[in-house]
Design a protein around this ligand. Structure first.
Ligand code: UDP
Length: 324
């Protein structure tokens, strides 16, 4: 079985490429390295190029005999998407059409898509289940919502089967520290707190301390990237077994506050973390916590890194190696 991994030089894509290879699939990574890293392509073949290039896609599908696709490639910064909706819709939506049309041309009928919990918008319930209404509030979230709908319509029209995976907060790193999180610039909480602990930045700014949460800071559901990788392989197996298109939340089902994460970093590293309280960040919602039961029931997916300490510890292990 040969799996095309678009965005396979990125954070979640590289961990998934490793897991696919470990479970015996042939991997082909497609990445234009605009945000991905060449040294993250360690498993399978590498095709450097752009999703927008349908001639290039035809060549990749023919050369490697692609059977199935995992589609990670895309931009991920919510704030930037508000400022530059054009590049988000072009990259995340238009270029996905180019990919889907190539799949249809080459008779490839199975795709797992990187969606996001941001498709839900403001939570109306404490934990978000897949039936929660979809109310995206940023161009980034809209781009994910739109592609979920496009996949459903391509299913009806062309027989394409898909699984959309709605990630909560991806965190942590490969337990072997062969790959990990490396965003430039970094905007995510856990790597930034680790940088503050290591003295690589002055402090961690806590965005908002007056939220209606137990300690006034935002709650998020941090899910280990290796657990995400496992879920992608299960989703591909689900489709390969002939089962129908579906949508799943991927989270641990537990919310941790910004202050709790900082405390966990202090425990794990044994280092002090200088903290500065700062105003709320635009677009942040007080709490975003999954109800992940459906992925457990249908895909048999049960996160192995349930303890947030183990998530932070794997990230710390990776970052120290990567900084060195
Ligand atoms: N956050 C923070 N300081 C930072 C970066 C993030 O207080 O320097 C908070 C942010 O407001 C949110 C949580 O940490 O409540 C997780 O943010 P992140 O950007 O990691 O992920 P998001 O939830 O936005 O996808």
């Amino acid at each position: 079985m040969t799996t095309l991994v678009t965005g396979g030089a990125g954070y979640i894509g590289s961990h998934t490429a490793k897991e696919l290879a470990r479970r015996g699939r042939k991997v082909v990574v497609l990445d234009n390295l605009s945000t991905g890293h060449r040294d993250f392509v360690r498993w399978g073949a590498f095709e450097e190029g752009d999703l927008a290039d349908s001639v290039f896609l035809d060549r990749v599908f023919e050369k490697h005999g692609i059977d199935e696709v995992v589609h990670f490639a895309g931009f991920i910064a919510v704030g930037e998407s508000v400022e530059k909706p054009d590049i988000y819709y072009r990259n995340n939506v238009s270029h996905t059409f180019t990919l889907l049309d190539a799949m249809v041309r080459h008779g490839v009928e199975r795709i797992v898509f990187s969606s996001s919990a941001s498709v839900y918008g403001e939570p109306e319930t404490e934990r978000l289940a897949e039936e929660h209404p979809l109310n995206p509030i940023s161009p980034y979230a809209w781009s994910k919502r739109i592609i979920e709908q496009v996949l459903a319509d391509y299913g009806t029209a062309y027989g394409l089967r898909s699984v959309s995976l709605r990630y909560f907060n991806a965190a942590g790193a490969d337990p072997d520290a062969e790959v990990g999180e490396r965003h430039r610039p970094e905007t995510h909480l856990i790597p930034l707190v680790l940088e503050a602990a290591a003295g690589r930045r002055d402090c961690i700014k806590v965005f908002g301390t007056d939220y209606p949460t137990p300690d006034g800071t935002c709650l998020r559901d941090y899910i280990h990237v290796a657990d995400l990788a496992d879920a992608h392989v299960r989703a591909l197996d689900h489709l390969a077994d002939g089962r129908p298109s579906d949508v799943f939340n991927l989270g641990n089902g537990n919310g941790f506050s910004v202050r709790e994460i900082i405390e966990v970093v202090r425990e794990v590293t044994g280092l002090d973390v200088p903290v500065q309280e700062a105003p709320r960040r635009a677009g942040d919602t007080p709490a975003l916590v999954s109800s992940p039961e459906k992925a457990g029931r249908v895909l048999g997916w049960h996160p192995q890194f349930e303890d947030v300490r183990s998530v932070v510890a794997s990230a710390w292990n990776w970052h120290r190696r990567d900084w060195a």
